[in-house]
Design a protein around this ligand. Structure first.
Ligand SMILES: [Zn+2]
Length: 503
């Protein structure tokens, strides 16, 4: 294990979540160093192993993906990590696993929720990873406790946009860390457990650090609640009084399938699921996970997974089409008189909007009602509330955001009493988490491993130093630094104004 880990204690290292500008490829490492009869003992766990989305911008020919570089940890001999915890099933937290396995690496046992493993299982099959190479799957749920001598982990449910999203309480010696995973505070989730605030309150005197998902920190107030999305859908359907409602939903957000379904049910509309392979794969997963649309529908509405003439006839023209689609086939008989569209994602359904315009079918978008888009990350208000809940006023270690955002939020954070780690962490640095302050002990430049697949299906890695990639490659859209800084300034002015007695 590294010579940088000189002292005993708990070390934290971001490997993908504290990138320069664009954010994905999440991966974090925790190592507890203890001493037994003069001998140093290392216990390491990894949290998440995602893929970096904008691999094209790294400039390696024929690249298929890029992943954080954890080779040093996997090759460390007897000190190899004890576990790889997966906070949830999104590709930027999970998909690195497949590429490491395809490159011949052996991974430690995995700990994740049932739904996360269902998604991973599909990926491993899709990539033809031989069973003999699969790591061991250990299912965890809210409240699970796992320990590896000097490291104790407790699983805590998190409000996010997929099933089985978790945070972790990580304890070593006297240090207690709350690693939030992707999270908002929202307590109104349907069909899954929200962020476990009760348990966090119980732990509020112990938590020294919050390794936090700061993705949404540049928006003020609280992240939209699921109940608000549901209520808005119902309101729109009721108000426009059309018999046919088209509700396209983003394929990887199953919670939106459910909310659209619940809204259709509330408004007594039969449901036709319609969409691409991706959509039906995720839909099948929801059913396999244990939710029954027919069960929820009872006798009130009919549910269809196909859309032939006979199905449509059975609906008597009263239906909601829920799915991932960019067209309206003639079989739906949609006209400007009988139809209305509710577009639940910002850009994904542009061709569909074109078709609706062409047929003069009215629709609303997330531009009209932002809460139509399900949202999984806490806003500034979520983190203020979390900070207020935790009596010890822990040190926040922001992740899941570009490093400039952490630099720019400092003044505002100080004003609202949110203690931030200093200096701003960057990928591949190592910090020793002491009782009151974190100490930077190592700072090597971080790398991405670009994955290249050969025609015979085998893969190899090419290492590339991490660099700014905004505005290049596939992921053009990113958060502008200037806009971000301006927002933080405006929030600070607002807060100061609210506090000043003369106002
Ligand atoms: Zn996520």
């Amino acid at each position: 294990m590294e010579k940088e880990l000189k002292d005993t204690g708990l070390y934290w290292q971001p490997l993908g979540g504290n990138n320069i500008d664009q954010i994905s490829g999440h991966c974090y490492r925790y190592t507890a160093v203890s001493r037994n009869r003069g001998k140093k003992i290392f216990e390491t766990i990894i949290v998440d192993l995602g893929k970096f989305d904008n691999h094209q911008a790294l400039g390696v020919k024929n690249s298929s993906a890029a992943v954080p570089d954890i080779r040093r940890l996997l090759e460390a001999g007897k000190d190899i990590p004890k576990a790889l915890f997966l906070t949830h099933s999104h590709p930027d937290h999970l998909n690195g696993i497949v590429h490491y396995l395809k490159n011949g690496y052996k991974l430690p046992p995995l700990y994740a929720g049932k739904y996360t493993f269902m998604i991973l299982y599909d990926l491993l099959v899709e990539y033809h990873v031989p069973r003999s190479l699969w790591p061991k799957f250990n299912i965890i749920t809210d409240g699970s406790k796992i320990s590896f001598s000097a490291l104790e982990i407790e699983v805590i449910s998190s409000s996010h946009t997929c099933f089985d999203s978790f945070g972790l309480i990580i304890r070593s010696g006297k240090i207690c860390v709350y690693h939030t995973g992707d999270m908002k505070i929202d307590q109104s989730l349907c069909f899954r457990k929200p962020t476990n605030l009760k348990r966090l309150k119980e732990l509020s005197r112990e938590i020294d650090y919050v390794v936090a998902d700061f993705y949404g920190i540049y928006s003020d107030g609280f992240a939209p609640k699921e109940v608000d999305t549901y209520k808005r859908l119902v309101k729109i359907i009721k108000k426009n009084r059309k018999k046919r409602i088209f509700i396209p939903v983003y394929p990887t957000h199953p919670e939106m399938y459910l909310m659209a379904f619940m809204a259709a049910l509330k408004c007594q509309k039969n449901v036709i699921f319609y969409g691409n392979t991706d959509f039906f794969t995720y839909l099948k997963m929801i059913v396999e996970y244990g939710l029954s649309f027919e069960g929820m529908a009872g006798k009130r509405i009919k549910v269809f997974y196909s859309h032939n003439k006979e199905d449509i006839a059975e609906t008597e023209g009263n239906f909601a089409v829920i799915g991932t689609y960019n067209d309206i086939p003639p079989v739906f008989g949609a006209t400007h008189k009988n139809s209305f569209g509710i577009i639940t994602a910002a850009t994904f359904f542009n061709p569909l909007k074109g078709q609706m315009n062409l047929h003069n079918i009215k629709f609303v978008t997330v531009g009209d009602f932002p809460e139509l888009q399900g949202y999984g990350h806490g806003f500034l208000g979520d983190y203020e509330a979390l900070n207020n809940l935790l009596d010890r006023r822990p040190v926040f270690i922001p992740t899941h955001c570009p490093v400039f955002m952490i630099d720019d939020v400092r003044e505002l954070a100080a004003f609202i009493g949110l203690k931030l780690i200093s200096p701003t962490p960057r990928n591949n640095q190592i910090y020793l988490l002491k009782k009151r302050t974190a100490k930077l002990v190592s700072s090597l430049p971080p790398k991405w491993l670009v994955v290249i697949y050969q025609s015979d299906g085998t893969a190899y890695f090419t290492e590339v130093f991490q660099k700014p990639t905004s505005g290049q490659g596939f992921l053009k859209r990113t958060i502008s630094r200037r806009r971000c800084a301006r927002r933080f300034k405006a929030y600070l002015v607002r807060r100061k104004h609210e506090k000043s007695p003369s106002s």
